[in-house]
Write a protein that binds this ligand. Structure first.
Ligand SMILES: [Zn+2]
Ligand SMILES: [Zn+2]
Length: 320
């Protein structure tokens, strides 16, 4: 089958081996997949990953090895990305996303979805409601990651919330807060991206005009840069919380002492609730208009990744 593979270099492979479903897995025919920051980071060496790229997708179940897979056959699904052991300390504590023996689809030890077909554990599947189109369902994983912020830190309309970053994730995080009655301020660098948010009634500020304020109860760092974290420290109020959504690999030289002086809570935040994301997509509470800036066929996967790297890009999709 065709697959977009990273083996130290990004390449389209025409005859990648077909995925085989393990006893608790099914093979899914991928319809539509999305490129996220993590995929781009992988091609820059993040996680030292080798294999088929991609973790955001919607597709149709072809079948599995065991009887249990029959009920999934032919169903349209999305899948959570952590493949877990169900037995370790974290799994038994109900914290499966933190499984000590996990693999992660397209990120660590498990082939991803930028391919014609992918094998995924049945435990990871969520059926997509009929009212949710593929073009919406493909946002389930990143939207779930956005919902994770308010799962960890319940939205409070009385609090000042700042979102740093106007990219793919920042857009969704801001909308999730807005859907809960919070009026977030988004700080970003791209005029068109900020304007998209303003059209939805979300307040924005150009990063060049941002001055330290130290008055936000919550600052969500979704810019993916060390400068974003620095700015978060300038906006969070004493005893406030900084939520880190992006994996900043090199905070080199960043002075973290304001976190100590102001007794700031720093909260890491990663994968989130698929159920809530699918429900929001079904209800249309999250506006996806203008979020997709390009769509490519799988054969143009390398070009698709290049398009996603461009500063003006939001979500780039791959039709598999
Ligand atoms: Zn992602
Ligand atoms: Zn486990």
């Amino acid at each position: 089958m065709k697959a977009l593979v990273y083996d130290g270099q990004l390449k389209l492979v025409a005859d990648y081996p077909e995925p085989k479903a393990g006893p608790d897995e099914v093979v899914v025919k991928v319809s539509l997949a999305g490129i996220c920051r993590t995929d781009l980071e992988i091609t820059h060496g993040y996680m030292n990953y080798r294999g088929v790229m991609g973790h955001e997708f919607v597709g149709t179940v072809l079948g599995g090895a065991g009887r249990a897979s029959d009920k999934w056959k032919g169903r349209r699904v999305v899948a959570e990305i952590n493949c877990v052991c169900e037995k370790c300390e974290m799994c038994l504590a109900g914290l499966k996303a933190h499984c000590l023996r996990r693999t992660t689809i397209g990120i660590a030890g498990h082939d991803g979805c930028f391919a014609e077909r992918i094998a995924v554990p049945m435990a990871n599947l969520h059926a997509v409601p009929d009212g949710v189109a593929d073009s919406q369902a493909v946002f389930t994983e990143p939207l779930a990651a956005a919902f994770q912020v308010i799962q960890q830190l319940p939205a409070n309309p009385k609090e000042r919330v700042v979102v740093i970053g106007d990219g793919r994730l920042g857009q969704l995080v801001a909308q999730v807060f807005a859907s809960r009655g919070v009026r977030p301020l988004v700080i970003g660098q791209n005029e068109a991206k900020l304007r998209r948010l303003e059209r939805m009634g979300i307040s924005c500020l150009a990063a060049t005009e941002a001055r330290p304020r130290h008055d936000a109860h919550v600052v969500v760092e979704a810019s993916g840069s060390a400068e974003g974290l620095k700015m978060a420290m300038e906006f969070v109020r004493p005893r406030g919380t900084i939520v880190l959504k992006s994996t900043i690999a090199a905070p080199g030289g960043l002075n973290l002492s304001p976190l100590v002086v102001d007794e700031v809570t720093v909260l890491g935040s990663r994968c989130g609730p698929f159920g809530e994301a699918l429900a929001a997509l079904g209800q249309g509470t999250i506006n996806l208009d203008g979020l997709v800036t390009a769509e490519f066929g799988l054969a143009e996967g390398v070009q698709a990744m290049a398009a996603a790297e461009r500063a003006e890009a939001l979500k780039v999709l791959i039709r598999c």
